[in-house]
Design a protein around this ligand. Structure first.
Ligand code: ATP
Length: 619
C-alpha cells in the first residue's frame, strides 16, 4: 500500500488529469446506468402494447411515440458515452506521457546525484530495464485505476440502492459477493508479487548483460562468445517462463475459485428475480431492468480484479525504482566527509592558479591540492591506500608511480571526490563539500577517452557547451585535432558514433585532450594512455598533453619514463602507501622504485621486462 501512496505522491502534479479522467468515467458510467432503466421502461410499454393488441384493442395511443422517444434516449446515452469516453481517453494518453516524463527525469536526476560507489555495483542495462518496467506498470495502473475506480464505485452504489429498493435480499446477496471477491483476490496477491519480483530480477540480470554485450560487441565476437552470451540471456528468460507458469497457475486457480463463488451468488440473484417476476412481484420491465443491472453488477467485481492485478504489477514493478529513489547518497559514501570546508568557486581557483593573476587571494603560496593522512578502501575492511599525505604546489607537475593495482587511480578518484576517504582529508585550493565546484576546477583526461555519441564539436565542448566555434577550433588546433578533422567532409560536425567508435584510438585521445583544454580548469588530472599508439599519433597526443599541462597543477599517472623524467616531483606508491617523494633527480639516486625502473628500462632480460610491465611503464 505504501508503494501506491508513493506513486500518488510522486505524481501529485497529475491530479487534475486523474480528476478529469474520473469525471469522464463518472459521466460514462451514468450514461451506461441509464440504459437498463430505459430498456426496462420500453419493455413495459411493449408488453402493454402486445397485450392490448392481443385483447383486440389495437395499438395504444402513444405507445409508438414513447418507444421512439425511449430509443432516442438510448441514442443520447450512447452518444454521450462515445464522446466523453474519447475525451477521457485523450486525458489518459496525455497523463501517461506526463507520467513517463516525471518518472524518467526524476530517476535520471537521482542517478546523476548518486556517488560512484552505486555504479560500481550496477549494470547499465539493469538500470534501464528497471526504469522501463516501472514506467509501464505504474502508468498502466494509474490509468486503469482512474478509469475504473469511479465506475466501480458508482455502479456498486447504484446497483445496491436499486436492488435494495426493489427487493432487499438482492442487495444483501450483492453485499456478500463484493467483500468475498475482494478477500479472495487479496489472498492471491502475496504469492503473485513474490513471483513477479523474481521474474523481474531475471529480466534485470539479462538486460544488464544484454547492454554490456551490445556495448562491447567487438570483444564478444573476437572471443566467439555469441552463443554462450545468447544462452545466458535465454536461460534467464526461460526462468521467467517457469515463474510465469507458476504465477499464472496460482492466479487462475484462485480466479476460478473467485468466479465460481460469484457465479453461485449470481445464480441465486437470477432465481430470485425470475421467481418474483412469475409470481407477479416484478413487471417484465422491472425484470429486464434488474437483469441488466445484475450484469452491470458483475462489472465492478471484474474491474476490481483488473485494478488489483495492475496494482500488483505496479507495486512489484516499481519496487526497485523506489528503492533507488530512496537511496541516501551519504549512506553509500559517507557523504563529503574528509573534505574540509571552504567557499571558493572554480573561477576563484582559476584566478589563483595563475601566479600574480588579478584575484589571486592567498598569495599563491598555499598548495593547490593537499592529501592529509588519507586512508581509503572500496570494501568494508581492506584499505587500498593509507597514510597518504602530500601537497601539490601551484603549477607543479606531480607523477604517481606504482605497481599496477597499487592505488594510483584510486588517489585520482579521491581527488575528484568520486569517493570519500575513510579518514584524513583532501583539500583542493580551499574548496570542500561543494563537489560541483571541486570538479569544475579539475580537468581530466582519462586513459579511456570516454567520448559520447554526437559530433566532434559537441564532444570538445562537453565541459563548456556555450563555447563558440572559434574557441572549439582553437583548442582543436592546440590538441592536433584539426589535422584529422580537416579530412572529414563534415569537419567538426562529423558524428563519431557511440563512445567515438568511428575514430581511431589516437584521434579519440586528442579529442579528450581538446575537451580538457577547453574546460580550462586550473588543476589537471591525467591518466596517460598506455595503448600502443603509432609513434606519430603518440607524438601528437603527447604534444597536446604538454600544451594542456602548461601553467596548470597536474597530477599524472605516468606510463612513460620520458614523461616521468619531466615532472617536478614523483610520488612512488608501495602497498598502498607513499614510498618516496622527490624530484626525478633525487629519486634517480635514492635506489627506490623510480631508480629501479630506470635501471630496468635498458635491460633485455625477460624478468626485468616483466617487472617493468607490473608497473605498466614503457621505456
Ligand atoms: N570500484 C572499485 N571497487 C572495488 N575495488 C576497486 C575498485 N577500483 C579499484 N579497485 C581495487 O583497488 C585497487 C587499486 O586500484 P587502482 O585502480 O587504484 O590501481 P592503479 O594503481 O590505478 O592500477 P593501474 O595502474 O593498473 O590502473 C586494486 O586492487 C583494485 O582491484
Amino acid at each position: 500500500m505504501s508503494t501506491l501512496m508513493r506513486i500518488l505522491q510522486f505524481t501529485r502534479s497529475l491530479t487534475p488529469y486523474y480528476i478529469g479522467i474520473m469525471v469522464a468515467a463518472a459521466v460514462v458510467t451514468a450514461a451506461g446506468l441509464s440504459v437498463p432503466f430505459i430498456t426496462g421502461k420500453a419493455t413495459d410499454v411493449v408488453v402493454e402494447a402486445v397485450r392490448s393488441i392481443a385483447g383486440g384493442e389495437g395499438v395504444p395511443d402513444d405507445a409508438i411515440r414513447i418507444v421512439v422517444l425511449l430509443s432516442l434516449a438510448l441514442l443520447a446515452a450512447s452518444l454521450v458515452e462515445t464522446f466523453v469516453s474519447n475525451i477521457g481517453g485523450y486525458w489518459g494518453d496525455v497523463m501517461s506521457a506526463k507520467m513517463r516524463t516525471i518518472l524518467s527525469t526524476r530517476y535520471f536526476e537521482k542517478l546523476l546525484s548518486l556517488p560512484q560507489r552505486y555504479y560500481d555495483n550496477e549494470l547499465t542495462g539493469t538500470i534501464v530495464a528497471r526504469l522501463n518496467r516501472s514506467i509501464s506498470e505504474v502508468t498502466n495502473f494509474m490509468k486503469s485505476f482512474s478509469n475504473m475506480f469511479v465506475t466501480m464505485l458508482m455502479t456498486t452504489v447504484a446497483v445496491l440502492a436499486i436492488s435494495a429498493w426493489h427487493y432487499w435480499p438482492l442487495a444483501l446477496l450483492l453485499l456478500i459477493a463484493y467483500p468475498l471477491y475482494l478477500w479472495l483476490t487479496a489472498l492471491t496477491s502475496r504469492k503473485w508479487q513474490r513471483l513477479e519480483g523474481r521474474k523481474n530480477e531475471h529480466v534485470d540480470i539479462a538486460s544488464g548483460r544484454f547492454s554490456e554485450v551490445v556495448g562491447q560487441i567487438r570483444v564478444v565476437k573476437s572471443f566467439v562468445r555469441e552463443r554462450s552470451e545468447l544462452q545466458h540471456f535465454e536461460e534467464h528468460f526461460d526462468e521467467t517462463v517457469q515463474l510465469t507458469a507458476e504465477q499464472s497457475r496460482h492466479w487462475h486457480l484462485m480466479d476460478g475459485l473467485r468466479r465460481g463463488v460469484l457465479n453461485v451468488i449470481f445464480f441465486a440473484l437470477y432465481v430470485i428475480i425470475f421467481v418474483r417476476t412469475v409470481t407477479g412481484h416484478f413487471t417484465p420491465g422491472e425484470m429486464v431492468m434488474l437483469i441488466q443491472l445484475m450484469a452491470m453488477a458483475r462489472q465492478p467485481v471484474t474491474s476490481l480484479s483488473w485494478v488489483v492485478d495492475s496494482a500488483q504489477r505496479a507495486i512489484a514493478g516499481s519496487k526497485s525504482y523506489f528503492e533507488v529513489m530512496e537511496i541516501d547518497p551519504a549512506d553509500l559514501d559517507g557523504g563529503p566527509a574528509g573534505r574540509a570546508t571552504g567557499r571558493r568557486d572554480a573561477a576563484d581557483i582559476r584566478d589563483a592558479a595563475s601566479p600574480g593573476a588579478p584575484g589571486s587571494r592567498d598569495g599563491g603560496d598555499a598548495p593547490m591540492a593537499s592529501f592529509r593522512n588519507v586512508r581509503f578502501g572500496y570494501d568494508e575492511d581492506d584499505d587500498v591506500v593509507s597514510g597518504i599525505s602530500f601537497d601539490m604546489a601551484r603549477g607543479e607537475r606531480v607523477a604517481l608511480v606504482g605497481e599496477s593495482g597499487g592505488g594510483k587511480s584510486t588517489l585520482i578518484n579521491l581527488l575528484l571526490g568520486l569517493y570519500s576517504p575513510r579518514s584524513g582529508s583532501i583539500e583542493v585550493a580551499g574548496i570542500d563539500g561543494d563537489l560541483s565546484a571541486l570538479r569544475r576546477s579539475i580537468g581530466v583526461v582519462f586513459q579511456d577517452p570516454s567520448l559520447f555519441s554526437g559530433t566532434i564539436a559537441e564532444n570538445i565542448a562537453y565541459g563548456r557547451p556555450d563555447a563558440s566555434r572559434e574557441e572549439i577550433e582553437e583548442v582543436a588546433k592546440r590538441a592536433a585535432v584539426d589535422i584529422f578533422v580537416e579530412k572529414f567532409p563534415a569537419g567538426y560536425d562529423t558524428v563519431i558514433g557511440e563512445r567515438g567508435m568511428k575514430l581511431s584510438g589516437g584521434q579519440k585521445q586528442r579529442i579528450a585532450v581538446a575537451r580538457a583544454m577547453l574546460k580550462d580548469a586550473p588543476i589537471l588530472v591525467l591518466d596517460e594512455a598506455t595503448s600502443a599508439l603509432d609513434t606519430k599519433s603518440e607524438r601528437l597526443v603527447q604534444a597536446g598533453l604538454e600544451e594542456l599541462m602548461r601553467g596548470r597543477t597536474s597530477l599524472i599517472i605516468a606510463h612513460r619514463l620520458s614523461t616521468i623524467a619531466e615532472v617536478d616531483r614523483i610520488i612512488t606508491l608501495r602497498d598502498g602507501r607513499i614510498d618516496e617523494i622527490g624530484t626525478p633527480a633525487e629519486l634517480t639516486e635514492s635506489g627506490g622504485i623510480y631508480a629501479e625502473l630506470l635501471a630496468l628500462q635498458n635491460s633485455t632480460s625477460k624478468a626485468d621486462r616483466k617487472r617493468l610491465k607490473r608497473f605498466d611503464v614503457i621505456g
